[in-house]
Design a protein around this ligand. Structure first.
Ligand code: AHR
Length: 660
């Protein structure tokens, strides 16, 4: 007998014995004939921040760490790998002040007695190499006078076995970029790149870069395909970038400045990643931002996925949890100018300075930027004063751009209320709310937006996640319970889509060997990417989003946790699809009768379910489908569906009807 059958039989026996009270059918009325508020196409999006090695070491497919020797300790990631004849040496911190954004390079000396010398790069917690895949190694190099040097590049396993090899010769006295291909003969999670120099004299090297040739959309030196695919499968309505606190910086010097992230990669000025020493128990001093994934690439990524780009800019404040620096109001002009120039970069004609750069980078077409965030998670008077200056300037020059303001890091309380009250006197299009709260908070807050002012400013639920516990505690994992509670809460977001116009789980990505913050939506190692239960919950909502909210009630009331059940419904009238989401937060199955409105329905519907009897269950690289959606067919009898929401389950009923 199948597991489900055993469970049903057991339940019958328990019910008939009186040990467990049989659950009554819950009659749910779905007024599919009366579609309500519009659900914005950008409703369910993603929050991208370079935290947890999300960019370098993650989605940005570069395999070499510290490719340009610009880390504070220039040999970080590199080591002398072997000396045959004992004759080589390297001097890593040559400094050429003319190359302002990338002044350091490495000089390799080989003894005239024709020895050889090798250096190796360890990658980002190793390099993920796939059998039969092609890799592209590029090196910028310059040969000194009277030198003759050949380079051999090997991909090696931790035990030193060579799984890919290629040679490079033909260096000259001028800086020149060279490229060779390397074919890999084996899968390796923790490979390294070893470069052996042989001959005599000295060679300067810089921008040592190794990429898989098979990247997202086949772009040279592009993004890691498996991770982007996972994000694209969410069909996100927007991509928020580049964060998060990374926008603010630990101090202003370390803030995110979009202009240093565009143009040729070798000219993008690398800085430390603010998350490298932020979390005491998860220090990562080797965490920097190469900006190979910069603003151009973010725009492109959003465009690839049919999502609205939502850049967030620094508003003249560094992180208030760190240095809390603020720029005097009368000195905000360069920050405002950055915002103007960004709009020109995205939407300007190619004849303008920044629109021209976009074209030069390969995208003459406009990116159609519609939203712009002013500040990330700032609070109090200092933020409001600065936001006002931005709003005035931006609304007068670019009234068509929707401005996203913030309500700070807290879901309620003094700063939250002060922020909202002040913003109500102004003109932001959306207010960004953040909540990293315990799972039960999400259950209780399924009604959070039911009483928001229907005519007020719209909400962007810009960062949220159910946190069992913080830090490295096991409960901080992406457990099934956390995902289920988020689903219950999201029925409230969906029901209130007239108020909540955008929402994103945060953070999006984390490397299993290099994370700072947990939980996160998608996890990866150097070869594999997995979705968390929270990911599949997000996918349910974004893939089955619908175009209008449909009232869904029981006993005339919204279903917001009575007897542990939560529900919402949406419709896509043109596509002829009705979606009903039901979350059962109890350990008991709940029989339901769905009474639908007067439309012509297909005779069977699909029910997709996420469920587990174990609240603490989570997905891992070893067991990526511990919690995974399953689909069943259910009967539609006239306008009724009689079915059930299993214990601890999130369900979406997908019902086809004849479109008008
Ligand atoms: O998502 C992680 C961090 O949480 C973000 O950087 C910040 O905005 C929030 O505090």
């Amino acid at each position: 007998m199948k597991r489900k059958g055993v469970a049903a039989l057991l339940m019958m026996l328990l019910c008939s014995s009186g040990i467990v009270k049989a659950q009554e059918f819950l009659e749910i009325s779905v007024q599919s004939g009366k579609p309500g508020a519009e659900i914005r196409p950008e409703m369910w999006g993603v929050f991208f921040e370079d935290i947890n090695f999300a960019a370098d070491g993650g989605i940005y497919a570069e395999l070499v760490k510290n490719r340009s020797f610009e880390f504070e300790l220039p040999m970080t990631g590199w080591r002398a790998a072997s000396r045959q004849n004992g004759n080589g040496r390297m001097v890593p911190n040559f400094y050429s002040p003319f190359r302002q954004s990338n002044p350091h390079f490495m000089r390799i000396y080989i003894d005239p007695s024709f020895g050889s010398f090798a250096v190796a790069n360890e990658g980002f917690r190793g390099m993920g190499i796939r059998k039969d895949a092609q890799y592209s190694l590029s090196v910028s190099a310059r040969l000194s006078e009277n030198s003759d040097i050949k380079m051999t590049a090997d991909l090696i396993t931790p035990s030193g076995e060579v799984i890919g090899k290629s040679e490079l010769t033909g260096f000259s006295g001028d800086w020149k970029s060279h490229r060779i291909a390397i074919a890999a003969s084996a899968d390796e999670q923790k490979a390294q790149l070893r470069i052996t120099f042989s001959g005599r004299g000295s060679l300067d090297i810089d921008m040592v870069s190794l990429f898989p040739e098979d990247t997202w959309k086949g772009r040279r030196n592009g993004l890691r395909k498996d991770i982007v695919q996972m994000i694209a499968d969410l069909k996100p309505g927007f991509v928020r970038f580049p964060g998060g606190c990374i926008v603010e910086g630990r101090n202003l010097l370390n803030r995110y400045q979009w202009k240093t992230t565009v143009g040729p990669v070798e000219e993008r000025r690398m800085i430390m990643n603010r998350w490298n020493v932020e979390i005491g128990s998860r220090q990562a001093p080797d965490y920097y931002q190469s900006f190979g994934l910069g603003f151009f690439e973010y725009f492109l990524l959003a465009e690839d996925m049919g999502a609205e780009p939502l850049p967030i800019l620094n508003c003249g404040m560094s992180c208030q949890f760190n240095a809390a620096e603020v720029v005097p109001l009368e000195e905000l002009d360069p920050y405002i100018q950055d915002a103007f120039d960004l709009i020109e970069f995205a939407n300007g004609e190619v004849t303008t300075k920044w629109g021209g750069l976009r074209a030069e980078m390969g995208h003459p077409g406009k990116f159609n930027l519609k939203f712009l965030g002013v500040g990330n998670e700032q609070w109090d008077e200092q933020y409001i004063e600065r936001y006002k200056v931005f709003e005035k300037a931006l609304k007068s020059k670019y009234p068509e751009i929707k401005l996203v303001s913030g309500s700070g890091p807290y879901s309620a309380g003094r700063y939250f209320e002060y922020g909202w009250n002040e913003l109500k006197k102004l003109n932001p299009d959306l207010v960004d709310e953040h909540y990293y709260m315990p799972p039960e908070w999400f259950l209780k807050n399924a009604t959070r937006y039911d009483n928001y002012d229907r005519k007020g400013i719209r909400v962007f639920a810009g960062e949220y996640a159910a946190h069992g516990k913080e830090g490295t505690e096991p409960e901080s994992r992406n457990t099934w319970w956390s995902a289920l509670c988020e689903a219950a809460f999201m029925t409230g977001l969906e029901r209130n889509a007239d108020i909540v116009n955008m929402a994103s789980y945060a953070p999006l990505l984390a490397h299993v060997d290099a994370w700072q913050w947990r939980p996160d939506l998608i996890w990866f190692d150097n070869l594999t990417t997995i979705g968390t239960p929270n990911y599949y919950v997000q996918k349910f909502f974004s893939n089955y989003s619908g175009k209008n909210v449909v009232p869904v009630t029981s006993g005339g009331k919204n279903i917001t946790g009575q007897e542990g059940i939560y529900a919402s419904s949406t419709i896509d009238p043109k596509a002829g699809k009705l979606y009903i989401k039901i979350v059962n937060s109890t350990d008991m199955p709940r029989p339901v009768t769905l009474v639908l409105g007067p439309l012509q329905y297909a005779k069977t519907a699909t029910k997709e379910t996420l469920a587990s009897g174990n609240r603490d269950a989570f997905n891992s690289i070893a067991d990526p489908r511990a919690i995974y959606p399953s689909a069943t067919q259910v009967k539609v009898a006239g306008r009724k569906i009689i079915d059930e929401a299993g214990p601890l389950s999130v369900n979406v009923f997908i019902i086809d009807f004849k479109a008008r």
